[in-house]
Design a protein around this ligand. Sequence first.
Ligand code: FEO
Ligand code: CA
Ligand code: CA
Ligand code: CA
Length: 603
Amino acid sequence: QAAAAGSSRYNFEELTWGNDETHHIAEGYDADVLLRWGDPITADAPEFDVMNQTAEAQLKQFGYNNDYVGFTALDDRGDRGLLCVNHEYTNEEVMFPGIGRQDNQNFAAMTKELVDIEMAAHGGSVVEIAKGENGKWALVRDSQYNRRITPLTTEMAIAGPAAGSDRMKTTEDPTGTRVIGTLNNCAGGMTPWGTYLMAEENFHGYFWTDAVDAEGKPDLSAQAEAAQMKRYGVPGLWYNWGQHYDRFNIDKEPNEPNRFGWVVEVDPRDPSAMPIKHTALGRFRHEGCETTVAPSGQLVVYSGDDNRFDYLYKYVSTGTVSDDNAANSALLDDGTLYVARFDEDGTITWMPLVHGEGPLTADNGFASQADVVIDTRIAADLLGATPMDRPEDVQPRGDGTAYVMLTNNTKRTPEQVNAANPRPESSFGHIIEIKEDAGDHAATTGTWSILVKCGDPSLADVGAKWHPETSANGWFGSPDNCAIDADGRLWISTDQGSGWGKTGKSDGLYALETEGEQRGLSRLFFRCPVGGELCGPYFTDDSETLFLAVQHPGTDGTKNYAGFERNSTFEDPATRWPDFDPAMPPRPSVLVVTKQGGGKIAV
Ligand code: FEO
Ligand code: CA
Ligand code: CA
Ligand code: CA
């Protein structure tokens, strides 16, 4: 895959940077809207009615804030398949006319009726899609596979070392082996056997307490597990579900937070199969969970903990991948979880989180492997893992390489800088390339290097590092999700959040060269409508289709929707993408990118 000097391995005309009400794609490509929030996805689903939303309807409609997108083919040609989409969170100020932004523990308008709609809009969707004679993908609405997975209704099994632990037991589940639903599903992964992994990220935000101090901060003094809760930011008080559901109130159910922060496996081919929370992969704010297979046949899963100064993890199964899918699923329950230490000399050491080894003993509060996985962060603290600049998506490639998105960390002081996180107050983040020893993803040592330091290369005080031919269009900030296409090439999507004002650029998708003379050269392929964050991206195996997910268009530092009333028109929005209908707010949507006339993307 080495590139000749001066010749790009990505064949497309770079897009011009900017920020406006709609999306833009490089010339010669189509980016078509495939699924929008509220689209009916089952045969019996009602049409979307934004002014008269109900939880019952939302349970049969596409959810909010599409994030991870995965695909598994149902036929040999790959023209039919199941699209698996995470719905990470809800923006009530855009979702519900007239509500405005609810925060600072002021949730007066968030009634149980609206909370139920929010819960029904979280989780995931599995839908069948098929390519028509015109080469365009469309939803197969009457497919038996189409379903929603939500924190309101979907029962899940708990498997692995924490299953049945006393710390997992609640009033509703005295066995510690069953839980309703999944929360804040950010990025994810598809396994080699075609199942869908949903990562639970900012679960802390859904937990509530009535006990607050004079400043309105949670008062944990009555909690037996106060130290453990604090390390995870529980309770976050982002949503008021705990005012309507006891299980989200830690005063009433202090163990419920232990039942979130995991990786969930869903079999998209079997709608009757219960999703499984695999606790061997650890409990933290999993951004994603991308898999690969080591030369030995062992399954390897990479996962970042998206928090300032938190860590990068890897899981290696004990057994090997086979053609027995039940046995494959069990690989996620029996293996070793490691946390990364990045040394100054460019080596990476993966340190095992195993009960009884090193400091992970009863003396330090770890009575069993259940405690190690429930308190993964605390165990990793004791092992001396390297605190990172918010690890987001991690993408392994089959050759023993992995790319780690470190999105930003404005809180790192000059004293806290280390070789792998080299900038203080990093607003724009960086990307690390890991090369596991002998090209083996199961290896416990390897080397690392910084591929790019993000931000505007024309501003000296930003300290960016790109290939010098990277244009004003091509540099980016805050790498978040990433994908590798059929030719082993890296693609990066960005999430600048309200920080987009620092660059003036919409979030987008960039092709980033990793090989040869052009290593570090980035070019812009797609950009979002104003306020939108770009998630996905996902290439089909033939690299002829690329799925992109645009989250929360119209938010993040733009005008919000506080001004409009329920049962009125939506006034003065930053954008009404993708409908551009005065009766519709902007809607998070999944796009499908194809080359005009067909063929592989950017080849
Ligand atoms: Fe859900 Fe780390 O972004
Ligand atoms: Ca993300
Ligand atoms: Ca990815
Ligand atoms: Ca992010």
